[in-house]
Design a protein around this ligand. Structure first.
Ligand code: PLP
Length: 409
């Protein structure tokens, strides 16, 4: 049989596989090294006890005749959709219908699958650097052409660098879909409402669609920074928003997320007829998914209860304090650092303009600290390095100390 060559011709291995393989080689050569990991963006703190108890209790219900449930509704249980709508949207003055919210097992799942709604010839724009899932999923669908000199020839890259203050320019050429992620992975930077508005206006003027990934919105601590793109006027006509309980509530191993597809967002089919993307997403998801388990959805809804909220917010504060520890130490050491204030990611300029993979190896060998090379997130990530605040306070302190020590030699 003939395979999908768009997958086999993807460049290199997935970023984190390459990192894991380099660490493995180092560990084999240095079995006694105590490696501190500030690399992968996985959480480490335990679930909120309140949320975990609701999770367990729902699982026990499933073992009773009255509480047993089979397939969940494809778009999610109403109790969770209602909690999301009230707490994440209505409370912020955003009016959504429950039928615009779809529960899923991950923002990665949805951010990767959403491109199934686009025509093969749609032109796609990404910020650069970028969370690789948006690019890879479009590349696998054959939408990005060939990969040459670190770039897909049919994709549009919008640089997001220190030079433009991490505010990417608007696309200058015809673009059908733009992926935005704020707070940003990997740079940890954010856009204010005033900085996000031109993107919404651009999409409305150009009949384009924005896929807005707000997976890190729980880390925002400033009211002027939008937690949802729908805080911007007109966004409900042009934006789909992906959110997740992974980073908000430590659900990376539990798996629950949601995507908002407003009824007003439309595209055109081959005959020029206007089609609702909500209807399209519902149709596609109904055919491909059987939903998210009942105990997981009960656990997610518990995040909005007073006690669940209190406990999950404490964890977010813990990570943000870690980020501050790393930021302060690196700044003190004279390094140039970005992000880390409304996000769990710190984006540092590599010292002496080192290439980011060279700095990865240098840091691993000399400080036994693992981070993520910026170049793994796109051409404009070259010369940068990502550190994450998801470890323990001790790891944050020790790792920053080791980096400073290494650089002072
Ligand atoms: N979106 C972004 C920007 C991420 O960085 C991540 C995970 O690191 C995800 C989505 C994945 O979310 P989930 O765990 O819900 O699949």
């Amino acid at each position: 049989m003939k395979i999908n060559s768009h997958i086999s011709s993807l460049p290199g291995s997935y970023l984190f596989q390459e990192i894991a393989s380099r660490i493995k080689t180092f560990e084999q050569e240095n079995p006694k090294a105590d490696i501190l990991r500030l690399g992968i963006g996985d959480v480490t703190r335990p679930l909120s006890p309140y949320v975990a108890e609701k999770f367990a209790s729902a699982a026990r219900d499933m073992a009773t005749a009255e509480g047993f449930r089979g397939y969940p509704p494809g778009e999610g249980y109403h109790f969770l959709i209602d909690a999301i709508n009230k707490n994440d949207y209505a409370a912020r003055g955003i009016a959504l219908q429950d039928s615009e919210i779809f529960i899923s097992d991950g923002a990665k799942t949805d951010a990767a699958a959403i491109q199934e709604l686009f025509d093969k010839d749609c032109r796609i724009a990404f910020t650069d650097p970028v969370y690789p899932v948006y690019v890879d999923s479009n590349a696998m669908a054959g939408r990005l052409g060939t990969f040459e000199n670190g770039r897909w020839c049919n994709a549009v890259y919008l640089p997001s660098t220190a030079e433009n203050g991490f505010v990417p320019p608007l696309p200058e050429e015809k673009v059908d879909v733009l992926y935005l992620c704020y707070p940003n992975n990997p740079t940890g930077t954010v856009l204010t409402k005033a900085q996000l508005k031109p993107f919404v206006d651009w999409a409305r003027e150009n009949n384009a669609l924005i896929i807005y990934d707000a997976a890190y919105k729980a880390f925002i601590t400033d009211e002027d920074i939008p937690r949802s793109i729908y805080e911007i006027e007109g966004a409900k006509e042009v934006a789909i928003e992906c959110c997740s309980f992974s980073k908000t509530a430590g659900f990376t191993g539990v798996r629950c997320a949601y995507t908002v597809v407003p009824h007003q967002v439309t595209g055109r089919d081959n005959s020029g007829k206007e089609v609702s993307l909500n209807a399209l997403w519902k149709r596609r998801t109904g055919s491909k998914n059987n939903g998210v388990s009942y105990p997981v959805q009960v656990a997610a809804a518990a995040v909005y209860d007073e006690q669940g909220r209190k406990e999950t917010e404490e964890t977010i504060r813990y990570y943000l304090d870690n980020a501050r520890v790393i930021l302060d130490a690196l700044k003190q050491g004279g390094l140039t650092v970005y992000g880390g204030v409304h996000a769990p990611y710190i984006w540092m300029k590599t010292p002496d303009n080192m290439k980011s993979w060279d700095f990865f190896d240098y840091l691993l060998r000399n400080a036994h600290v693992v981070g993520t090379p910026g170049a793994g997130f796109g051409p404009c990530g070259e010369g940068y390095f990502r550190l994450t605040a998801f470890g323990s306070r001790e790891t944050a302190q020790q790792a920053s100390g080791r980096i400073l020590n290494m650089l002072s030699k």
